[in-house]
Design a protein around this ligand. Structure first.
Ligand code: AP5
Length: 185
């Protein structure tokens, strides 16, 4: 059993790399963003709760996200291991996952990317996929929220010596090669 945690700004390519790593290594890809978007499109109770928050580019509450992750990682398809893409995003979420993974071998990867390229990638995706939270105003809010709430996790993990830093510059394949060589087999 192994867990890989992906950290990084919106649009850095976490989801893209997680899909690839999941296919290559047989680890379950858990994207909190995808789970929440699915709930919104289904119109479930959870979807109704989070739709407005996501559209504004804000974060869903820690209590709710921690509950969602506890439930999801307890499912049988996670037995071999999983990639967390989009969780944790705050210090309380990081503390919760630390407890959950206390007996599990885990690796934490931070994808770094210059702000100009982040904006380019989000803009390309907005045109291709029309994701509501890729609208310019929401992009800016998401980047602000990332800096305030999630970027502090980089130092949080750096201090414990647990952070693997991977540059997200370059092609998808180039980033994947860097990721693969940075991870223990
Ligand atoms: P979420 O979906 O997790 O958004 P995010 O972290 O902002 O990440 P993105 O999906 O925007 O980017 P990504 O890094 O995965 O990049 P991607 O691979 O798509 O969360 C959405 C919302 O849900 C949050 O704002 C919040 O409201 C809520 N939420 C989720 N988790 C939460 C939590 N734990 N707590 C509270 N709230 C939570 O790539 C981006 C684009 O670039 C794509 O078009 C891709 O094709 C392209 N691309 C990828 N790699 C490359 C490359 N190397 N070169 C060129 N283009 C590339």
């Amino acid at each position: 059993m192994k867990a890989v945690i992906f950290l990084g700004p919106p649009g850095a390519g976490k989801g893209t790399q997680a899909k690839k790593l999941s296919e290559e290594k047989g680890l379950q890809h858990i994207s909190t963003g995808d789970m929440l978007r699915a709930a919104v499109s289904e119109g479930s109770e959870l979807g109704e709760k989070v739709a407005g928050i996501m559209e504004r580019g804000e974060l869903v509450s820690d209590d709710l996200m921690i509950e969602i992750i506890k439930e999801r990682t307890a499912k049988p398809d996670c037995e071999r291991g999983y990639i967390l893409d989009g969780f944790p995003r705050t210090v309380p979420q990081a503390e919760a996952i630390k407890k959950l993974l206390s007996d599990v071998k885990s690796e934490i990867v931070y994808f770094s990317l210059a702000e100009e390229e982040i904006k380019n990638r989000l803009e390309t995706r907005r045109k291709e996929e029309n994701r509501a939270d890729d609208e310019l105003q929401t992009q800016l809010e998401r980047l602000k929220v990332y800096q305030e709430k999630t970027a502090p996790l980089i130092d949080y993990y750096r201090k414990s010596g647990d952070l693997i830093e991977v540059s997200a510059e370059g092609s998808v394949e180039e980033v994947y090669q860097r990721l693969e060589s940075a991870l223990a087999s």
